[in-house]
Ligand binder design. Structure first.
Ligand SMILES: O=C(O)CCC(=O)C(=O)O
Length: 253
C-alpha cells in the first residue's frame, strides 16, 4: 500500500479513500465482535453513548466510545496498520487513537448530517487529526455516504450551530461555497477506508435504499496536536444539556 500517495491525496483534497484495507475475513471478525458488543453492552450504555431512531424506541443510529467498553475495539483502534497509516499522514509524530464509533444509517432513513467540520467540537491545534472510516457495508450517494468538500480543510473553522439532528451535534450556520469547494461523495466497498481531515467540511445524505449503511469511525490525532481543553469542556457541557433534553423527551417530561 502506497501510504505516501495516500498522504499526498489527503493533504491535497482533505480526504482520501484506501480500498481493501481490511480483508473479508478481517471484516467478518470486526462484524462478529460488533454484534457481540451490541448484544452485551447496548442496554448498559449511558445517555450520550448511543442514539436511536425515533428517539429512544427504534434501532440504534450511532454508538460512541465503543473502545471504552470493549477490549477488542480498544485494540482495533491501535491496530498497527491503522497507526502506520495515520503516521504516514503526519510524519515525525506519533498517532494517538481517541475513540471508535458506529454509525448505522437505517434503510430509508431520511435524516441528514448537515455540513460540519469535526474540529468545531474536537478543538485540535494544530489541526493534525483525522477521522478514519471503515465501511462495514457498501457506501455511496444512494445510501447516504459521507460527502466531503474538496479543499475545504484549508478553510478556517466556520460558525456552527446545534444541528437538531439526533447524533450530529453541530452544523454550519451558512451553506458553504460549493463552487469553491466541490462536493465529492466517498464511494466505499466493505473493508475500504475513507480518511477525512478534522477541518474538512462534510455532510451525509439520506439512505434511499432498503439496506443498512454501517461504518466504524476511528478518531486520531498526531502527538503534535493539543486540544483546547476549556473549549472542549464547554462543548461537553452543551452535549450534556442536549442529552438531558432527549432523555426528558423520551420520558414524556
Ligand atoms: O458516517 C456518517 O454517517 C457520519 C460521519 C461524520 O459525519 C463524521 O465522521 O464526522
Amino acid at each position: 500500500m502506497d501510504y505516501e500517495a495516500i498522504a499526498r491525496e489527503y493533504h491535497e483534497n482533505g480526504f482520501g479513500v484506501v480500498p481493501g484495507f481490511f480483508s473479508s475475513e478481517e471484516l467478518a471478525e470486526v462484524d462478529r465482535q460488533l454484534g457481540r458488543y451490541l448484544q452485551e453492552s447496548l442496554s448498559d450504555l449511558e445517555p450520550g453513548e448511543a442514539y436511536y431512531e425515533d428517539g429512544g424506541g427504534g434501532a440504534v443510529r450511532c454508538v460512541f466510545r465503543i473502545n471504552q467498553r470493549s477490549g477488542y475495539f480498544a485494540g482495533l483502534m491501535r491496530n498497527p496498520r491503522l497507526i502506520a497509516l495515520v503516521e504516514a499522514l503526519y510524519p515525525g509524530a506519533a498517532a494517538e487513537a481517541d475513540g471508535v464509533m458506529l454509525i448505522d444509517k437505517a434503510p430509508y432513513a431520511t435524516y441528514e448530517f448537515p455540513y460540519h467540520q469535526d474540529n468545531a467540537y474536537q478543538f485540535w491545534n494544530p489541526a493534525e487529526a483525522v477521522a478514519v472510516t471503515l465501511a462495514l457495508d457498501e457506501a455511496n450517494d444512494d445510501n447516504g455516504t459521507i460527502v466531503c468538500l474538496k479543499g475545504s480543510h484549508r478553510a478556517p473553522i466556520l460558525p456552527h450551530q446545534p444541528s437538531g439532528v439526533t447524533g450530529a451535534s453541530l452544523g454550519l450556520l451558512e451553506k458553504p461555497d460549493l463552487s469553491r469547494y466541490p462536493e465529492v461523495p466517498l464511494d466505499l466497498k466493505p473493508g475500504d477506508l475513507s480518511l477525512h481531515h478534522v477541518n474538512v467540511i462534510h455532510r451525509t445524505g439520506p439512505n434511499r435504499t432498503a439496506e443498512h449503511r454501517r461504518n466504524l469511525g476511528f478518531a486520531y490525532h498526531s502527538s503534535r496536536a493539543r486540544r483546547d481543553r476549556e473549549a472542549h469542556a464547554r462543548y461537553q457541557g452543551h452535549l450534556g444539556r442536549i442529552n438531558t433534553s432527549i432523555r426528558q423527551a423520551d420520558q414524556g417530561a
